[in-house]
Design a protein around this ligand. Sequence first.
Ligand SMILES: [Zn+2]
Length: 411
Amino acid sequence: MPAHHVLADLRELAERTSTPEGAQRLAWGPVWRDARLWFAAKVAELGLRVTTDAAGNNWVLLPGGGPETVIIGGHLDSVPNGGWLDGALGVTVGLEALRMFATRRPPVSIAVVDWADEEGARFGRSLLGSSAASGSLKVEDIRGLVDRDGTRLVDALSENGVDVDRMLDAHAALKNISARGYLELHIEQGPVLEKMNRSTGVVLGTFGVERHMIRFVGQAAHSGSTPIAMRRDAFLAAAQTALECREIARRHSTPDAGVVCTVGVVKAEPGIVTAVPGVCEISLDQRALNAEVLARMLADARTASEQAASANNVSVEWRDLWRIEPRLFDPRLLQLCEEAVREVTGDAPKLPSGPLHDAAEMVPHMPVVMMFAYSSNGLSHCKEEDTPEPHLLQTIDAFLRLVEKTVDLSA
Ligand SMILES: [Zn+2]
């Protein structure tokens, strides 16, 4: 039973690379390297071998009859004290796809890629290997990165055979592949499938993100002697904006296209119980799958912040932190994914991905689709991360069916 093989592999990997606190496969470190040795040994059992590209991504190629390649991706790295499925599910199901086709020459080549440093848990740069392969990585942005212990990223890379100045050679290598499609299976890391009581979901794309800091400046004043009407309270303007941002998310959400707004950072000054806050800075993170909706959400948030500022007699200033456009998956692969999920589970719920994934980096270069597995209590990046076994087995079956459909697709 193919799905049971994947389960056995996942358990073996977890056993080998976890502590009671969870998975410890931090990118570029010894446990991660050991996980990769484990993977290489599994691949060797099939008479195949792992090759590493210039960015440290590990590739396995099973040559097929035609010129095209179906790529299956995942990542063996984890956050510290991470879950057993995040990333590893994608790699082990890829391994099983190789097993399925190793004995019969597939009509197209099949490649499995274990992306390096998807999590960015050590140096703060997520999707490191896949962004090098996609060519979107700006080497200057990462050259100066240092981890908590003072180790430089460039040194950690070179310890693993990666030269930071040559990482983008991985992009040239990717461009040489005539990719029919990129498929990735991942745990949802959220509560949506659980809420629907569905084991498997079709992922429509990854959310676009707008991330900003909003700074309100009023006047710090004595809390006892300053009448309410005369205050210029920066915190209240921020609080009003935050509440309005929740309304913005509610207003722009539809039953099949939810959007989110989050105020995750609040800094008030002077931070004294007896002073009216004179300065308050909040973060705003907005996400949507539709670019126009995201733009309208941002415009609405700006208006809300200006209204709140004027209502509280304070000024407001915005500072951009980061943005990425939505990455929509391929309609044809989405259809195959939907068929596969429906055939195995009887239903095919569709949902966007809130987190970014390596798949998002592949969207500009080839047709892409992702499938999600049910996430118990919506938890991930922790040792409690899990998918109940029946749901996991069904999802693996559905994904392998998607692989077969994509391989068999007439070009
Ligand atoms: Zn992941």
